[in-house]
Design a protein around this ligand. Sequence first.
Ligand code: FAQ
Length: 311
Amino acid sequence: DMSAQEQAFQARIGAGVKIEPKDWMPEAYRKTLVRQISQHAHSEIVGQLPEGNWVTRAPTLKRKAILLAKIQDEAGHGLYLYSAAETLGVSRDELLDALHSGRAKYSSIFNYPTLSWADMGAIGWLVDGAAITNQIPLCRCSYGPYSRAMIRVCKEEAFHARQGYDIMMKLAQGSPEQKAMAQDALNRWWWPSLMMFGPPDADSVNSQQSMNWRIKLFSNDELRQRMVDQTVPQAEYLGLTIPDPKLKWNAERGHYDFGEIDWSEFHNVLKGNGPCNKERLATRVKAYEDGQWFREALVAHAEKKAAKQAA
Ligand code: FAQ
């Protein structure tokens, strides 16, 4: 049973009033947001690594500048999201420690390797495409700082998706070898991109409560269907084939039917056994440790300045 305080909180959510950091909130609401926002932040940070692999091998100066800008955007998203999580009373050090020790999750998708330049196209098109599909509704979620952060993040993700599709278009209209690269990238990224939306609704332990609190506005399966529906015509335009023999327009439902996702692969990646989990985590931990001297220098500088001001 809900207390009077909880009832008033739920009524505010129902009326579409944003919850702000200093407002009363149930502990479980706070905990759920810290979990989701911090995992989202970690995803943005770790998400730089697969693309970072191609910065030095981008085919033109223009492509390189665009890719660098995109990766820097992801770093920015991670930083706003850590700030949004901090408004809930956790420290950045605690959040980073959870990531570096392997306790916190980050999106499964970033545990796959980037084998060719076409993967930069597929990531922008499919991974950022999935990210936008999931995040546009979050602009209207109940927690003020998270919802506001999502507005700028989504604008930048839209640019990322467009640049990815542009790479795919160039390759698909290029030589037979280039078109084959684009098809190979689609083959490898399609199913992992659909897994980004999380387990099927029946197995999504957090969904019901998160939907009651309007932290989630649509279910995992609803958003996954939306992704499939919007992506199929884009693949057709490219002249590429989505690697799913069961993919078929269903006029009765007004949606595409699609094949079964290999959920054992998803759970295996979540357990740390995806193709790149160990490498990704080790790279993040090393980057953090390599930056230790710099963080210490910043603190020493701030202390010196404060002492001078006090004198
Ligand atoms: N990977 O009960 P649910 C980006 C976990 S976009 C790993 O359904 P929930 C942009 C889930 O945490 C990617 N774990 O969970 C970019 C839970 O475990 P927990 C980041 C997953 O929270 C593009 C358990 O499974 N976007 O970075 C995944 O209600 C290109 C049960 O699942 C966001 O984080 C997964 N795919 O729904 C950057 C968006 N799916 O925590 C660079 C915000 C589920 O209880 C390059 N997050 N799990 O231990 C969300 O909308 C939600 O958290 C969901 C999961 C939809 C991801």
